[in-house]
Design a protein around this ligand. Sequence first.
Ligand code: ADP
Ligand code: MG
Length: 225
Amino acid sequence: MEKIVECNKICKNFQMGEVTIDVLKGIDLTIKKGEFVSIMGPSGSGKSTLLYLIGGLDKATDGTILVNNKELSVMKDKEQSILRRRDIGFVFQFYNLIPNLNVEENILLPILLDGGKLKDYKEKLDKILEVVGLKDRRTHKPRELSGGQQQRVAIARALINEPDLILADEPIGNLDSKTGTEIMELFKKINREQGKTIVQVTHSREAAEYGTRIVNLLDGKVVET
Ligand code: ADP
Ligand code: MG
């Protein structure tokens, strides 16, 4: 199988005044196209940091990361952000929706940011709303939706550019267990039926088991995969 993510000896430290915090201490991790990987580990072990580095939202202190054979961190800002929006979809614990935009506008945000027009995406939007089960909510504002529905909007937004890779940081961390299960079923469907590669960070063993592989982080290293 083709590789989609390749992390080589990733180190990340944060400088806090005089103090250096070594968060990641040499991570080697390869993810193949079509995998559904769950990253687990104690709070503060660097799970979010690793996910953000893979997604190009932050830069590693050392080591290289390739996504689709491209090294995001060496690209110019503009080139990087275009590629990031095209190749990678992000899902966060607190949904990160724009409160004054409705469901369709939130989903189309990555397209609108690249100069696309809402009217050209109606058909695609219909398909995605069907996938995430929100066909009857397209003009609702985030505050009019439940947490689970808001996360479905965020997942739809992550899918709109048809990226190969979806990165999800604690996607069910703010949801009750029944809703969490429904969201995990949705990720499983997206992985199986659309072949999307998914990398999720999770605290929950049950959620992690939805993945095809579990990667454990401890003290800045991958301890078991
Ligand atoms: P996890 O997601 O596994 O709970 P994080 O990746 O969020 O862990 O954080 C790992 C460590 O890095 C923590 O000690 C955290 O305080 C520190 N850290 C994360 N981001 C920053 C930052 N921007 N500046 C300073 N320290 C940070
Ligand atoms: Mg985290």
